[in-house]
Design a protein around this ligand. Structure first.
Ligand code: NAD
Ligand code: DAU
Length: 348
């Protein structure tokens, strides 16, 4: 496999690159890690991999047509895993434009670069359960309609539609995975779990949205990466969708309680703040299709969360570097007013 992984310096990209390079040289002969290094990308995540002769890092924008076409050609790429994206729902509500440029136009640029390459074998679009919208009852299977709630989810649903259009119209060997909420090492501390763990470690407030009873379906990032690797080996290539989930639903309040217990911090750190607009109440995926094809999650949530808390405890230098500078302005913009108006108990 001559593989390009985009968004390689982000949370899932970093974990997936490490997963792929842990395979033998017979499985992966070349791995080109592409990342623009936006606020969410961190080259330090990958620096030690430069010692592997199969590995190359390229700082580039997936929406740059010439750069992507040249790279795919020069490196004789046959497989592309697209993890590059703007990924934070709250940021998409504040400004949708980078979400359209990267998630929609960037995906189209990659699809076009792959289509032009002779001998191209597999395009894997890493997508999300958020495209289905809030699931009031049952679990979403792959044929549920897409009903995105946030600008982020809308941009991911649009990208998925283009991937399917390229498979149908041009016969591009493409597939889509839709995964539930990931947790684990290297996650940027704007997302619930790393934000609450790092705030908790510093004895700072944990801003819980609304009544704290929104439900997310949690999976360890290693299980997600194993699923991505697994689908690369499946014969499917006609725009098929595979849900990826450990089918483990937890309300945000319970996630918060476990984090506080693992950190040995008091419940008084929790502050209820104004809700996210359009906040999806519940995500729940049905991953039967992929399970029947031989993949299964291995990590239990409680044990995986304990390992994750331990990782952030040990990697203070990693997240302290992130939580300085521009992050402070972001935090004040996103949470300053809401925390000043917050309460110790949900308001309704
Ligand atoms: P992340 O925000 O941690 O990483 C995204 C990476 O993409 C960053 O390194 C960033 O620098 C890079 N990037 C952004 N714009 C780019 C551009 N124009 N060109 C090149 N690189 C660019 O996100 P993540 O959590 O690792 O998510 C990766 C993918 O997985 C996304 O497509 C996301 O929608 C999907 N996903 C994430 C989750 C989750 O829980 N984190 C769940 C399901 C699906
Ligand atoms: O479901 C997959 C998606 O999971 C991915 O596609 C997204 O890229 C990823 O960001 C994540 O989206 P969520 O919006 O579910 O994740 P987030 O960590 O932002 O929020 C998780 C839950 O916690 C959600 O119900 C909102 C709540 N929350 C979040 C933050 C950041 C809070 O209560 N307080 C917070 O400060």
């Amino acid at each position: 496999m001559r593989l390009v992984v985009t968004g390689a310096a982000g949370f899932i990209g970093t974990n997936f690159v490490r997963h792929a390079l842990a395979r033998s040289a017979d499985a992966v002969s070349r791995l080109v890690a592409v990342d623009l290094l936006t606020y969410a990308g961190n080259y330090a995540n990958l620096a030690d991999l430069e010692a592997d002769p199969r590995f190359r890092f390229v700082r580039a924008d997936i929406a740059d047509r010439d750069a992507m076409a040249t790279l795919v050609d020069e490196e004789a790429v046959d497989t592309l895993v697209n993890c590059a994206a703007e990924t934070h729902v709250d940021r998409s509500i504040a400004d949708h434009s980078p979400f359209v440029t990267t998630n929609v136009e960037g995906t189209l640029v990659l699809l076009e670069a792959a289509r032009q390459r002779t001998g191209f074998r597999r395009f894997l679009q890493v997508s999300t359960d958020e495209v289905y919208g809030s699931i009031s009852a049952g679990r979403a299977t792959e044929d549920w309609p897409t009903r995105p709630s946030s600008p982020y989810a809308a941009s991911k649903a649009a990208a998925d539609a283009f991937v399917q259009a390229y498979a149908t119209t041009y016969g591009l060997p493409a597939i889509i995975t839709r995964c539930s909420n990931n947790y684990g090492p290297y996650q940027f501390p704007e997302k619930l779990i790393p934000l609450f763990v790092t705030n908790g470690l510093d004895g700072e407030a944990l801003p819980l949205y609304g009544d704290g009873l929104n439900v997310r379906d949690w999976i360890h990032v290693e299980d997600h990466c194993a699923a991505l690797w697994h689908v690369l080996g499946l014969p499917a290539a006609g725009g098929e969708v595979f849900n990826v989930s450990a089918e483990h639903e937890v309300p945000n309040r319970d996630v918060t309680d476990v984090i506080l217990r693992l950190l040995d911090r008091p419940a008084s750190l929790v502050r209820y703040v104004d809700d996210r607009p359009g906040h999806d109440r519940r995500y729940a995926l049905d991953a039967t299709r992929l399970r029947r094809l031989g993949w299964a999650p291995r990590r239990r949530f409680e044990e995986g969360l304990a390992d994750t808390v331990a990782w952030y405890r040990e990697q203070r230098a990693w997240w302290e570097a992130i939580k300085s500078g521009a992050y402070r302005d972001y935090y004040e913009r996103m949470y300053g007013g809401r925390l000043r108006d917050s309460s110790a108990a949900p308001r309704s």
